[in-house]
Design a protein around this ligand. Structure first.
Ligand code: F3S
Length: 292
C-alpha cells in the first residue's frame, strides 16, 4: 500500500509562529502561560504542559507569567487587564487575524456598521467583535444576514477560516438591502489550500486518514470533505488510534491534517501506517508459504 500526503497539510503559518514564540520563551526558562489552550490540538497542549507552560482562562489570582495571546487573538480588554495586573504579553495573534481586528476597529470608528461573517462562538470572532466595541453584528450565513435591517455604511469582514461560498451568500444578502457596502475578503488562504489539496488527494486514494484535534473545526471540515466523496475516511488525533483493518485490501492511502496538527504527529502516523502495511505483507507471505 502506498501512503500519500496531501500537498498542503498540518500547521499553518500562524499556528507555527505561535508555537515558536512559546517555545522560545520556554527555552529562556521563563514562566509562561497561554491565554486559553494555545491551539486546538490536545497532544501539543499536553506537551507544552509537560514543559511547564500553564493555561489561564482568566487572569484573576494567577501566578504572574509571560502571557501568550494565541493565534486566534483576543479583544482589547485582555491586553488592558494584562497590563493592569503586570503580565508581560507575548502577542502570538496571527497577523492575518490582527488585520481583521484592525479593520473592525477602524470601520467602527469611521461610523460603519460592521458585519462579521463567521461563527459567533469561535474565539477568533469573539476577539474581532470586541475590537468593534461589541457593536458589530455576527452572521453565520446568508439567511441570518437577510434578517438584519441595515442601511447606510456597512463593512463586511470575515472570520479567517470561513468558506468563500458563505461569504458570497452573506454579501448577496447585504447587497439586497439599502446599504453602501464595503467588503473586505479576510479569508486566509491556508484553510482553502488544505481543503483543495484534500479534495485532490481523496480522488486518488481508496482510504483517507485525517489527523487533528477532535475540537479543531478545520480538521472536522477536512474529514467531512473527504467523507462526502464516499471514500472511507478516519479522523484521528494520533498514530495509536490507527486500526489495521482500515487498510485491508487498499492500494493507496491518503493522509491530510488540520492547520493545528504538528509535523511530528503527521510523521508518526505515516510511520505507523507503513509499519502496519509491512506487518500485513509479512503475514501474507507467511500464509502463502504455508499453503505452498
Ligand atoms: Fe493565521 Fe490563516 Fe492560520 S489566519 S492562524 S495562517 S489559518
Amino acid at each position: 500500500m502506498q501512503v500519500l500526503l496531501a500537498d498542503h497539510a498540518g500547521f499553518c503559518f500562524g499556528v507555527q509562529r505561535a508555537l515558536d514564540l512559546v517555545e522560545d520563551e520556554v527555552k529562556q526558562k521563563q514562566c509562561v502561560a497561554t491565554y486559553g489552550p494555545l491551539i486546538h490540538n490536545p497532544q501539543v497542549v499536553e506537551r507544552l504542559a509537560r514543559q511547564g507552560v500553564k493555561v489561564y482562562d482568566d487572569l484573576q489570582d494567577r501566578t504572574p507569567a509571560r502571557l501568550v495571546i494565541r493565534s486566534h487573538g483576543v479583544g482589547p480588554e485582555v491586553y488592558q487587564e494584562a497590563k493592569e495586573r503586570d503580565f508581560p504579553v507575548i502577542d502570538a495573534t496571527c497577523p492575518f487575524v490582527k488585520k481583521v481586528q484592525t479593520l473592525a476597529q477602524r470601520f467602527t470608528q469611521k461610523g460603519y456598521q460592521v458585519v462579521i461573517a463567521g461563527d459567533r462562538n469561535h474565539p477568533e470572532v469573539q476577539g474581532i467583535l470586541a475590537w468593534s466595541d461589541g457593536k458589530a453584528f455576527v452572521v453565520a450565513n446568508g439567511e441570518e444576514a437577510a434578517t438584519l435591517k441595515l442601511q447606510g455604511k456597512v463593512a463586511l469582514i470575515a472570520q479567517t477560516t470561513l468558506k468563500e461560498a458563505t461569504l458570497r451568500e452573506i454579501e448577496q444578502a447585504l447587497r439586497a438591502q439599502p446599504v453602501e457596502l464595503e467588503l473586505r475578503n479576510t479569508i486566509c488562504a491556508a484553510t482553502g489550500n488544505r481543503q483543495k489539496a484534500a479534495r485532490q488527494l481523496v480522488n486518488e486514494v481508496d482510504v483517507m486518514v485525517v489527523i487533528g484535534g477532535r475540537n479543531s473545526s478545520n480538521t472536522v471540515k477536512l474529514a467531512q470533505i473527504c467523507r462526502d466523496t464516499g471514500v472511507p475516511t478516519y479522523h484521528i488525533e494520533e498514530a495509536a488510534e490507527l486500526e489495521p483493518e482500515w487498510f485491508t485490501g487498499k492500494q493507496k492511502a491518503g493522509v491530510t491534517a488540520g492547520a493545528s496538527t504538528p509535523r511530528w504527529i503527521i510523521e508518526e502516523v505515516i510511520q505507523r501506517m507503513t509499519e502496519l502495511n509491512q506487518e500485513k505483507e509479512t503475514e501474507f507471505q507467511a500464509q502463502t508459504q504455508e499453503s505452498a
